[in-house]
Design a protein around this ligand. Structure first.
Ligand code: ZN
Length: 195
């Protein structure tokens, strides 16, 4: 966690600096409320919040546990895309940096699905390191779900999804070696699973 230097000046008063455990828990609570009516796509229809928590947990386990802002962004990464939440709301509650990372990993839902997905592939390599870390962990969680809690998709749809994941993954190299190795292994496992 980065500390704000005393007397360093320059940073206006506001909710941004030094997120602590209470703020991280507040972010989890906020995301849980926002996603309260959502379920994951798999047959078990697990509560949606399991997914953003897993995305944050994977980042913490991979060595990013000191970066509470990154973990908060991970926990909140789907609230703009999937719930009634505005960028201002996030900025007011969790600060500029968290809001910025979430916006970076938020797709433009006004676009048709194929176009939206193509944009992610095209743009992901140009995002901030934090946004790429969140996306890497997001893919790791999603591909894990395709393996362990498969959605009701036919083989073609699964193949198409995994192909898209591989394309996004190409823009996520040199972000975190451990998470990249985990995702490569999981993608290979998923590919074997659908033959
Ligand atoms: Zn996600």
């Amino acid at each position: 966690m980065s500390r704000v230097k005393p007397g360093g000046g320059g940073r206006p008063p506001g909710p941004d600096p030094v997120p602590d455990t209470a703020t991280l828990l507040r972010a989890i609570h906020f995301a849980a409320e926002k996603h309260r009516d959502h379920r994951r796509k798999g047959a078990t229809a697990a509560p949606y919040i399991n997914h953003p928590i897993a995305v944050a947990e994977q980042l913490a386990t991979a060595g990013h546990g000191q970066d509470a802002g990154l973990l908060m962004a991970a926990v909140l990464h789907d609230v703009i895309e999937d719930t009634e939440t505005s960028e201002e709301e996030l900025r007011d509650a969790f600060g500029e940096r968290v809001a910025r990372i979430v916006m970076e990993v938020t797709d433009d839902k006004s676009l048709p699905r194929h176009e939206r997905k193509a944009l992610v592939v095209r743009n992901i390599g140009h995002k901030s390191r934090e946004a790429r870390l969140v996306k890497l962990s997001d893919l790791l969680s999603n591909v894990g779900d395709v393996i362990h809690h498969p959605p009701n998709w036919n083989r073609e749809r699964k193949q198409e999804y995994l192909e898209w994941c591989n394309q996004v993954f190409a823009g996520l190299r040199n972000v975190d070696a451990g998470l990249e190795a985990a995702l490569a292994a999981r993608l290979a496992e998923a590919a074997r699973g659908i033959g």
